[in-house]
Design a protein around this ligand. Structure first.
Ligand code: KIV
Ligand code: NA
Length: 268
């Protein structure tokens, strides 16, 4: 069954956790969907994780659409979320165009960073499911750090969250905030919260898929290791190179042959 925003809201009501992961390609989308993921997310972390870019800010709308289309083809049931890339929602008009393009190419909802209240209000009035993203914002903040550790900074997060919900944000991603802030916002907000490095009590969890698969070299406190895919891939590639070099690949079972009579004719 196709998952909708209202399913995600029900999960909050029923205190069932929402699962979400980033995804940038078709085969991964198929597997995540098969795993019954609630939300499959084409984040702008596409840049550093999949495209080898220096920063999320280098990701273009064309990059996003290219990968969004591939991920869309792999999904039957999951809710598909797409990030609005850096510099594509600086005005209400620009934001509208960006959001419409992402929706037209298969996104069920779009996410943007920061306190862009006018943009969120406009998009949500147009029926576009618009997600907010508070705490550490890779498009806006230079260094990855925990936000909201002091009374003052935590209070400003609470105020921002209230304002974003009032403006029409339908979901809230919380990145790198203390567990206490994650819990407080989750209790306070009517809309579901999804945490990354935001503790145990948010309505759902999101991670960058490459971090849990072991495809990123760095170790992150908030990520859990679910398998060293890098080692599996490296070993497979090394074996392949070795087998090709030594003539061990292809094997008998990999071959196709001509009919002997046809071969004889060819040789005459
Ligand atoms: O792009 C991304 O992966 C994100 C998550 C870290 C929430 O925005
Ligand atoms: Na992002």
């Amino acid at each position: 069954m196709k998952k909708t925003l209202s399913d995600l809201r029900s999960k909050k009501q029923l205190k069932q956790k929402i699962s979400m992961l980033t995804c940038y390609d078709y085969p991964t989308a198929r597997l995540q969907d098969q795993a019954d993921m609630d939300v499959i997310f084409v984040g702008d972390s596409l840049g550093p994780n999949e495209l080898g870019y220096e920063h999320e800010k280098d990701v273009t709308l064309e990059d996003m659409i290219h990968h969004l289309k591939a991920v869309r083809r792999g999904i039957k049931n999951a809710y598909l979320l797409a990030d609005m890339p850096y510099g594509t929602y600086d005005t209400i008009e620009a934001a509208r165009t960006t959001a419409m393009k992402l929706i037209d190419h298969g996104a069920d909802g779009v996410k943007l960073e920061g306190l862009e209240l006018a943009v969120i209000e406009d998009l949500s009035k147009r029926g576009i499911e618009t997600w907010a993203h508070l705490g550490f914002n890779p498009q806006k903040h230079i260094e990855a750090s925990v936000h909201g550790k002091t009374f003052e900074t935590a209070r400003s997060l609470v105020e921002a969250a209230d304002a974003l919900q009032s403006a029409g944000a339908c979901m809230m991603v919380l990145e790198l905030v203390p567990e206490e802030v994650g819990a407080l916002l989750t209790e306070r907000l009517l809309i579901p919260t999804i945490g990354i490095g935001a503790g145990r009590f948010t309505d759902g969890q999101v991670l960058i898929a490459h971090d849990l698969l072991g495809l990123t070299p760095k170790k992150l406190r908030h990520a859990k290791d679910y398998g060293q895919l890098d080692q599996h891939m490296l070993t497979a590639f090394q074996h392949y190179v070795k087998d090709v070099s030594s003539g061990m690949f292809p094997e008998k079972s990999n071959l196709r042959h001509m009919d002997q009579d046809e071969l004889h004719l060819l040789r005459c």
